[in-house]
Design a protein around this ligand. Structure first.
Ligand code: GLN
Length: 394
């Protein structure tokens, strides 16, 4: 399904082809499918935030912003970190703004790694991780999490650490599993990072999207971790503006400076008026707004989980993010790619085949499929109607 990159692409990037997100959204459009593949909302974020962007556009905020982040946004990011996590950062030296968390990941790895440095992360992984490690001429060491609970096996994790390990790249709440790393897991990982003096990059873009009694803990909150951790997040998921591409990092000044060293040459700065609008959004994001957001996504999750179970999927109920990973073994006998193709062509529902998110053990993902539930209730209803047609296909 993945189309291969043209031959002019260099050796570092050639193996990655076209991302599965572009590929599945293209197929969704081709087959007029309900698109539960790429994780983007099909509804608008808060109108007040759009108004703030329009005001900034009309108010003459249209030239380059400060490269490391507009003063209004770095202040709002630092203030949010203090309010939500009790973590204090100096807005001017310990916060950086990027073109989405994806650029923050790239800039951090490009700015930190020497050729041959190893980066350990869990798989299934977000697909930019191996590509950015390769761009930075680093070496990826993925550690496999397994369906259905995706529990951290600390011994397996430790076995991935070597003398060349420089960075541990975490993602919690975790895409695509919906796992929320618990405090004990993070403490186990943190102890190994402290003992080996490793840098931690933690991708927390789904920080506010947790359900039931799950609690999002940032590894940066654990003892001895703030000083070695770059904590990344963005506006895309929390405020439903994935197309704005406004992300940020907080961390000790030397780590921020490393990411900034790359950022200044990658993009120089992030869209100035959107930075102002996101500063406004973060300032207004109080506990009531957060609770409403969660309740809303949790209803969508429950609907999708119930639908998938009724059709015969075995579901790992996500405690965070807006994705569900399900085992389709009872409804389809082929692998995940053949199932995703069948689903989009014959049932007109697009989903993500996750074996592309594994490198150490691709078989671990071959009977799984990922659905996104960041969609309007009517979109999820339409998907449910089509999914119910799956019975008897295999
Ligand atoms: N984070 C989104 C997802 O997992 C996709 C982002 C992208 O398309 N690169 O679906």
């Amino acid at each position: 399904m993945t189309t291969h990159a043209p031959t002019a692409v260099n050796r570092a990037l050639a193996p990655f082809g076209t991302t599965i997100f572009s590929e599945m959204t293209r197929l969704a459009q081709l087959h007029d499918a309900v698109n539960l593949s790429q994780g983007f909302p099909d509804f608008e974020g808060p109108a007040s935030v759009v108004d703030a962007a329009v005001e900034a556009l009309r108010g003459g905020h249209n030239q380059y912003a400060r490269s490391q982040g507009h003063p209004a946004l770095v202040r709002a990011v630092a203030e949010h970190a203090r309010r939500r996590y009790g973590l204090t950062y100096d807005p001017l030296t310990e916060v950086g703004v990027f073109n989405g968390c994806t650029e923050a990941i790239a800039a951090a790895l490009l700015g930190l790694l020497e050729p041959g440095d190893e980066v350990v992360y869990f798989e299934p992984f977000y697909d930019s991780y191996p590509a950015c490690v390769a761009l930075a001429r680093g070496v990826a060491r993925p550690c496999t999490l397994r369906f259905p609970d995706f529990a951290v096996d600390l011994e397996a994790f430790e076995a991935c650490l070597t003398d060349r390990t420089r960075v541990v790249l975490l993602n919690t709440p975790h895409n695509p599993t919906g796992k929320v790393f618990d405090r004990a897991e993070l403490e186990g990982i943190a102890a190994l990072c402290r003992a080996r003096d490793l840098i931690v990059i933690t991708d927390e873009v789904y920080e506010h999207l947790v359900y039931d009694d799950a609690e999002h803990v940032s590894v940066a909150q654990l003892p001895g971790m703030r000083e070695r951790t770059l904590r990344l997040s963005s506006a895309g998921k929390t405020f439903s503006f994935t197309g704005w591409k406004v992300g940020w990092a907080t961390g000790p000044a030397p780590l921020i400076a490393a990411a900034q060293a790359a950022h200044q040459f990658l993009t120089f700065c992030t869209a100035a008026p959107l930075q102002l609008a996101v500063a406004h959004a973060l300032d207004a994001f109080d506990p009531a707004a957060c609770a409403a957001l969660r309740a809303d996504f949790q209803r969508r999750r429950d609907f999708l989980v119930d639908t998938l179970r009724a059709v015969g999927f075995e579901v790992a109920v996500p405690r965070g993010t807006y994705f569900v990973l399900a085992d389709f073994g009872r409804v389809w006998s082929g692998d995940d790619r053949s199932f995703a193709r069948h689903l989009v062509e014959h049932h007109r529902v697009a989903a993500i085949p996750p074996s592309v998110f594994y490198a150490a053990d691709p078989d671990a993902g071959r009977r799984l499929i990922r659905f996104a539930f960041c969609k309007r209730p009517e979109t999820l209803e339409a998907a449910a109607t089509r999914l119910r047609g799956l019975g008897g296909d295999s």
